[in-house]
Design a protein around this ligand. Structure first.
Ligand code: ADP
Ligand code: ADP
Ligand code: ZN
Length: 208
């Protein structure tokens, strides 16, 4: 059975960047609710479309997200879960459907998060993350991995970023405290270079 890894952190902490590498290194599935929702932004649900929540920086209703995660985990032989759970009720749901081998919190200060998110550029084709200052592509606007076009996400504007960070504080920080109280949380300094962060994260997983 492949490793079952949960990566927690604020928006911009580096979950997507690290998850991509982890999925390749450990041969596990990258399960990310953010990407799954972006691919289904205009899906009609009884609560409205995911887009109507995402463009305001609010959480998409639990019922919608829980269903996505359950289906993705069912099919996976090992995974790195990124962007979920984002509140305590999602965390409870996750406990019901799976066990975890490692729970890692990428810790980054808020001032750094704002700069990371507003400077983020994402490949339109393969989803790889870049940054205008911290992680520049070889050619401006072009993905190193696949040649796709780099774009700015609609919700990476300063105003929506502030809202997302406040949603994180109110809803997701309690999730981190929940895993800390259970004694399973391992904190990693997310302000190091991506390579250094990756080394620390790997050490946690290989130890688990
Ligand atoms: P980031 O990695 O920058 O935090 P994501 O791509 O994970 O952003 O999420 C983008 C948006 O998708 C969130 O602001 C939220 O609206 C929605 N979303 C993603 N995951 C969840 C989740 N687990 N629960 C509710 N909404 C979610
Ligand atoms: P998340 O998925 O947690 O929202 P991302 O992995 O998308 O975070 O990273 C947010 C932005 O910060 C991206 O532009 C990414 O290139 C950049 N970034 C990721 N890790 C680091 C790091 N260790 N140092 C500096 N910038 C980083
Ligand atoms: Zn690409």
């Amino acid at each position: 059975m492949g490793k079952r890894i949960l990566l927690l952190g604020a928006p911009g902490a580096g979950k997507g960047t690290q998850s991509k590498r982890l999925a390749e290194t450990y041969g596990v599935e990258h399960v990310t609710t953010g990407d799954a929702l972006r691919a289904n932004k205009d899906m009609e649900t009884e609560y409205g479309t995911p887009r109507s929540f995402m463009e305001k920086g609010e959480l998409v209703p639990d019922a919608v997200v829980n269903e996505i995660v359950e289906a993705a985990l069912e099919d996976a032989d090992g995974y790195v879960l990124d962007g979920y759970p984002r509140n305590l009720s999602q965390a409870e749901y996750l406990t019901e459907i799976t066990d975890l081998d490692a729970v890692i919190y990428l810790k980054v200060a808020e001032s750094e998060l704002v700069e990371r998110l507003t400077g983020r550029r994402v490949c339109d084709d393969c989803g790889t993350n870049f940054h205008v200052k911290f992680n520049q592509p070889e050619e401006e606007g072009v993905c190193d991995d696949c040649g796709g076009e780099l774009v700015q996400r609609d919700d990476d504007t300063e105003e929506t970023v502030r809202e997302r960070l406040s949603v994180f504080k109110e809803n997701t920080e309690p999730v981190i405290e929940h895993y800390r109280d259970e004694g399973v949380l391992v904190e990693v300094d997310g302000e190091q270079t991506p390579d250094e962060v990756f080394e620390d994260v790997q050490a946690v997983i290989d130890d688990a």
